[in-house]
Design a protein around this ligand. Structure first.
Ligand SMILES: Nc1ncnc2c1ncn2[C@@H]1O[C@H](COP(=O)(O)OP(=O)(O)OP(=O)(O)O)[C@@H](O)[C@H]1O
Ligand SMILES: [Mg+2]
Length: 242
């Protein structure tokens, strides 16, 4: 699986704009090797903006994203080459292509044919249904299967860190539960995870530490087990009375 490479991701004082809309106001997040870190926040808080900025898709106006102390390059493909791979919100699969073709696209920048085949097998051991659907068009898969494929496609670049943008979106609670169980497995196989979610409870349940993002700023951060117990968090994000 993943070679034991160093991995410490630091998001430092990150500011991102859309034109004159100031979407992120000095966000700080740390992700250590082997952790699952979640960033929870409501609709429009800036979660996807954070992910796109780390992945190099959106320009950083101020601040930086550091990997082992060095600034990430600006180009998205170079960031993938360094071992950071994004699973975007709403999956963004190649819907007219087959499951197999989508997986191959994820390995596009790799030349090691044998490694690619063995990583494909690794995806099938995580998600056996994908093997049954290999020649089926991605657009015809169920929502849960599409998310499995999106995660698998990202794994095909052999990342040391996965950025997961709202993997639970549009999925039934039971499907989310089994999908999140595979996120734990992926971490246990050595891949560090940064997860952003509106689905705060389930994200906090599987993560080690959590950050709460509110209108582009980190409002609070703590071990996830503490955040789950925090009455203000329960009221704001878990729909409970304080
Ligand atoms: N392309 C864009 N142009 C202008 N403003 C944008 C653009 N994309 C996002 N925004 C704004 O930036 C803010 C953060 O949006 P973002 O999509 O990062 O939120 P989010 O937390 O991912 O929300 P959701 O949970 O709905 O996915 C919002 O106010 C949004 O309206
Ligand atoms: Mg989003």
């Amino acid at each position: 699986m993943t070679a034991p490479r160093e991995m410490y991701l630091e998001i430092r004082n990150l500011h991102v704009y859309y034109g004159n809309i100031h979407a992120l106001h000095g966000v700080n997040v740390d992700v250590g090797k082997g952790e699952i870190v979640c960033v929870v926040g409501v609709n429009g808080a800036g979660k996807s903006t954070l992910m796109w900025a780390i992945a190099g898709v959106l320009p950083i106006a101020q601040g930086a994203v550091l990997l082992n102390g060095a600034r990430l390059p600006a180009a998205p493909h170079e960031i993938v080459n360094l071992g950071i791979s994004l699973v975007p919100e709403r999956r963004r699969l190649f819907s007219a292509l087959s499951v197999r073709e989508n997986l191959i696209m994820g390995a596009m920048r790799r030349k090691d044919k044998e490694g690619i085949e063995s990583d494909m097998e690794r995806c099938f051991s995580l998600y056996p249904v994908l093997k049954e659907r290999l020649s089926q068009r991605a657009g015809t898969l169920s929502g849960g299967e599409q998310q499995m494929l999106a995660i698998s496609r990202a794994l095909m670049s052999r990342p040391m860190a996965l950025l997961l943008d709202e993997p639970s979106l549009g999925l039934a609670p039971l499907v989310v539960e089994s999908l999140f169980a595979t996120i734990l497995k992926i971490r246990d196989e050595g891949v560090t995870i940064l997860l952003v979610e509106q689905n705060a409870l389930q994200a906090l349940e599987i993560s080690d530490r959590g950050y709460v993002l509110q209108t582009g700023e980190i409002a609070t951060s703590a071990p996830s087990a503490e955040l789950i117990e925090n009455p203000l968090i329960r009221k704001a994000y878990l729909g409970e009375d304080a």
